[in-house]
Design a protein around this ligand. Structure first.
Ligand SMILES: NC(=O)c1ccc[n+]([C@@H]2O[C@H](COP(=O)([O-])OP(=O)(O)OC[C@H]3O[C@@H](n4cnc5c(N)ncnc54)[C@H](O)[C@@H]3O)[C@@H](O)[C@H]2O)c1
Ligand SMILES: [Fe+2]
Length: 357
């Protein structure tokens, strides 16, 4: 059986594309009593973008804080806020921000139409009903969250996405202008998420011509952005992120992502940073990728924030191993169907010890 995967049906790409949001939403406003929910990264609360959001008087704007990566409890809280605002469903949920904000928007859209807590749906294909119409507008590029069928959440006992055919956005707007204010180190870490998606996809056992084509193009673009630079870098990075997402849609990520999830769940290390910290210690598995990554770091004078990793005890490392081991498809992609014989619990523990020292 081949994967029958869902993609985003409508894509706007281009500088200034954000200005089309109003017209796009107009078609989706069902009646004069309806409303839209704008879920916006609070980093923009005092920026110009705030005044460009096409929110009408009946709409709800929720400023979200992503100092911590999205948690299921936060999704449930935001969903409650929308329910408290109106007993009707909104006509749409629009997420404006990086991967964290886009994931929050996807999750709230799903939880408005599905009972219980978002933690109940962490896994594969557990969502029962289609969510509310949802739009994603990235302000950072690299995660591929704009393209993917998942919303990654930290729950009470695991970091795992809500993976479903209802999760992908109905519309995305890729406007490279929105990347302009991102701090350079954050831009690098999120961009490396894309680079690592490509390395893991292109070296994985799930690879096919579809996935390879997107992955290679995304990797070429990452090289142009992070090794050559130039005026079109933000445009290229935005396309790379989307293509990287498309590549892993038909393959998977690998060892670096599995380890990064454990770092994120136990130590609250953000995804892009966690990936970089883990990837730097994985030259045994991805020698060429790690060498090129170091070259990119040097070029951008990035010093990895090892200080964010506190001294971790036995119990914490065991928990990280538990979190990483849940991600079976990632290990299988990286090491093949017999991965359990290759990557033992003890070996994963040693990898964590290498990262943490
Ligand atoms: N759904 C998916 O397929 C998928 C894939 C990979 C990662 N993720 C998730 O994405 C998240 C990481 O996303 P990210 O790396 O894009 O970062 P982020 O959304 O966590 O944001 C990082 C920081 O950058 C700030 N920021 C965002 N845009 C900005 C801008 N234009 N200017 C200034 N500051 C800005 C944010 O406020 C935040 O402080 C993680 O939660 C991860 O789990 C999801
Ligand atoms: Fe990632």
């Amino acid at each position: 059986m081949f994967r029958n995967f869902k993609t985003v049906p409508y894509v706007v790409f281009g500088r200034g594309g954000f200005n089309q949001l109003d017209t796009i939403l107009l078609e989706k406003r069902r009646n004069p009593e309806g409303f839209m929910v704008f879920l916006v990264d609070d980093v923009f609360a005092d920026k110009d973008l705030r005044n460009r959001i096409p929110a009408g008087p009946r709409d709800l704007t929720l400023w979200v804080n992503v100092d911590d990566e999205p948690k299921t409890a936060y999704v449930d809280q935001l969903t409650e806020k929308v329910r408290d605002f109106s007993e009707d469903l909104p006509d749409g949920v629009i997420g404006i921000g990086g991967g964290s904000t886009m994931d929050l928007a996807k999750a709230v859209s799903l939880m408005l139409t599905n009972p219980g807590s978002s933690a109940d749906y962490q896994g594969w294909d557990l969502i029962l009903h289609p969510g509310v119409y949802h739009v994603g507008i990235p302000t950072l590029a690299g995660t591929g969250a704009e393209a993917s069928r998942t919303t990654v959440l930290c729950g009470p006992d695991k970091k795992l996405g809500i993976n479903s055919d209802y999760t992908p956005f109905d519309q995305i707007i890729l406007d490279p202008e929105l990347l302009s204010g991102a701090p350079s180190d954050q831009r690098f870490y999120t961009g490396m998420d894309c680079y690592i998606h490509c390395v893991e996809s292109l070296s994985g056992s799930f690879l096919n011509a579809f996935s390879r084509s997107y992955g290679q193009k995304a990797m070429d673009l990452c090289r142009e952005v992070f090794l050559d630079g130039g005026p079109e870098s933000d445009d290229k990075l935005m396309v790379a992120s989307y293509f990287g997402g498309m590549s892993i849609a038909y393959s998977q990520v690998g060892i670096c992502h599995a380890l990064s999830y454990g770092l994120s769940f136990v130590l609250e290390i953000h995804h892009g940073i966690g990936n970089c910290l883990a990837f730097d210690k994985l030259e045994e598995y991805y020698p060429e990728g790690v060498a090129e990554f170091r070259h990119m770091m040097k070029k951008h004078t990035i010093h990895l924030p090892w200080h964010l990793l506190p001294a971790s005890g036995e119990q914490e490392i065991e928990k990280m191993v538990d979190v990483a081991l849940v991600l079976e498809p990632l290990w299988e992609n990286a090491l093949g169907p017999d991965w359990r014989g290759i990557m033992t619990r003890d070996k994963i523990k040693k990898l964590y010890e290498r990262i943490l020292t």
